[in-house]
Structure formats: structure tokens, C-alpha cells
Design a protein around this ligand. Structure first.
Ligand code: SF4
Length: 241
């Protein structure tokens, strides 16, 4: 599998595990707030898969998981054999996805190849073309939501970012985040999902849409206002960041 960057083990990316991280290059979305511009554009020097597995061999006594994120990992044609190799090494696997490939999620679910799946839901459906930067994935995203909720552990998450609305750019609102939570609950038929409301963090010379670089972080007040309403729909909602 192509690896565009890798991190040695940490305690942050995979809740409850000590996990290394493999970032895959390329993405089919173009989220204006994306931080992974070089990775999305396939501009990072590749990490040799053999070197990544060799590293895992050196830390096998304490690393018990691997997070695969991107870019968008489900675009990798050899994602499954990569995970099977991790499985052979008795490692737990977390996958981060934008939800555009229910076919891949379905295969991972059927073959028990992922222990934890984290799926981005990029605001309410009517804004997906703006928040994902591309049209056309609505039905796949909804299908993926239902599949994700069947993995042993999972989460949904939304970054409260500025949204390009024609000439105007403004943060997702409390009402739009309430709509997002309602969609997750109605589409999956359950309100008992872990849901993270995440802070947008600007980065100079690093976002896919440079117009967002001058925006501040999502304010704590907005995050708290969103949390206060969204928790009525998805009671296991937390603020992250
Ligand atoms: S933030 Fe959007 S564009 Fe960036 S990697 Fe994730 S899904 Fe792709």
C-alpha cells in the first residue's frame, strides 16, 4: 500500500491503544479546511511499506495498534492485504475515512479487518458539496454511516470549520450542526453514537483553500453552544480539541 507519511507510536490517534500511524496519499474530496494539502496532492515523499513493517517489528512489545488515515485510505487498492499483514502481526486496526467508499467498508466489516472506524461527516447534507469541495457522494456517505455503526468501535466527527457560501465564508452554525446530528441519528436509526464536535485550526500556507487561513480557530463559545444543542440529539457527543 502507498504510504505518504508515517508517525511513530503515540497515544492520541487510536483511543485506548498505543498506535503507529500510516497516512495514505490522495483523496477524492477537496475540503477547503483540509490540512493535508501535500498528502492530498500526492506530493509527499513515499514511505517504503517494508520500512513501516520493519519499524513495527522493533516496537512490537508495546505498540498494539495502527491507525490508517489520509488522504483517504479506502482509495488504496491494496488496503486489504496491508491490513491482513497487520492482523498477522496481532495488531489492532483503526481506519479514518471520509465515508465515500461503502464498498470498501463493507468488505472490512465482513472480514473483521478493522476494530475502530472514525468517519467524518462534513456538516449537513445540503452543504456537502461546499464542505467536501466536491459533489456527488451523498448516497455513499449515508450508506457508509450505517456500515460504520456496525464496527466493534467507531465514532462520527465533524470539524466546525468555516464554509464557503458563495461570496461569503462563515463557520458552521449551531442550527447546521444540529441538522448534521439529526441526519446521523435518522439515517442510522440510533442516537447512541460517539460523536465528536471538533475545533477548526487554521494553518498558514497549508489549507486547501487559502481563504480559510485568515480565519481564527473555532471559538470555545461556539463549540459549547453546538454541544449544548447536539447532545439533545446524540447524547454521547463530546467536544474535541
Ligand atoms: S479533510 Fe477532506 S480533503 Fe483532506 S484528507 Fe480529509 S476528506 Fe480528504
Amino acid at each position: 500500500m502507498k504510504i505518504g507519511a508515517a508517525l511513530e507510536f503515540n497515544l492520541i490517534d487510536y483511543p485506548g491503544r498505543i498506535a503507529a500511524v500510516a497516512f495514505t496519499p490522495g483523496c477524492n474530496y477537496r475540503c477547503p479546511h483540509c490540512h493535508a494539502k501535500p498528502l492530498v496532492g500526492n506530493e509527499t515523499p513515499p514511505v517504503d511499506e517494508k520500512d513501516f513493517f520493519a519499524y513495527l517489528g522493533t516496537v512490537r512489545d508495546w505498540v498494539n495498534g495502527v491507525t490508517i488515515c489520509g488522504g483517504e485510505p479506502t482509495l488504496q487498492p491494496d488496503l486489504v492485504p496491508f491490513i491482513e499483514e497487520l492482523r498477522a502481526r496481532k495488531l489492532q486496526v483503526k481506519l479514518d475515512t471520509n465515508g465515500s467508499s461503502p464498498e470498501v467498508l463493507s468488505r472490512l466489516l465482513a472480514d473483521k479487518l478493522a476494530d475502530y472506524v472514525a468517519m467524518d461527516v462534513k456538516g449537513p447534507e445540503r452543504l456537502w458539496t461546499a464542505t467536501a469541495g466536491v459533489p456527488g457522494y451523498a448516497e455513499k456517505i449515508k450508506e457508509s454511516m450505517c456500515l460504520v455503526a456496525s464496527f466493534p468501535e467507531y465514532e462520527f466527527r465533524t470539524t466546525v470549520s468555516p464554509v464557503v457560501r458563495g461570496e461569503e465564508i462563515s463557520f458552521l452554525t449551531v442550527a447546521e450542526m444540529t441538522e448534521t446530528a439529526s441526519l446521523i441519528a435518522e439515517n442510522t436509526g440510533s442516537q447512541w453514537h460517539r460523536y465528536f464536535v471538533q475545533k477548526f485550526v487554521p494553518r498558514k500556507d497549508g489549507l486547501l483553500d487559502p481563504r480559510l487561513e485568515s480565519f481564527p480557530e473555532t471559538s470555545p463559545q461556539l463549540l459549547q453552544d453546538i454541544h449544548a444543542e447536539v447532545i439533545k440529539i446524540l447524547p454521547k457527543t463530546e467536544i474535541r480539541g
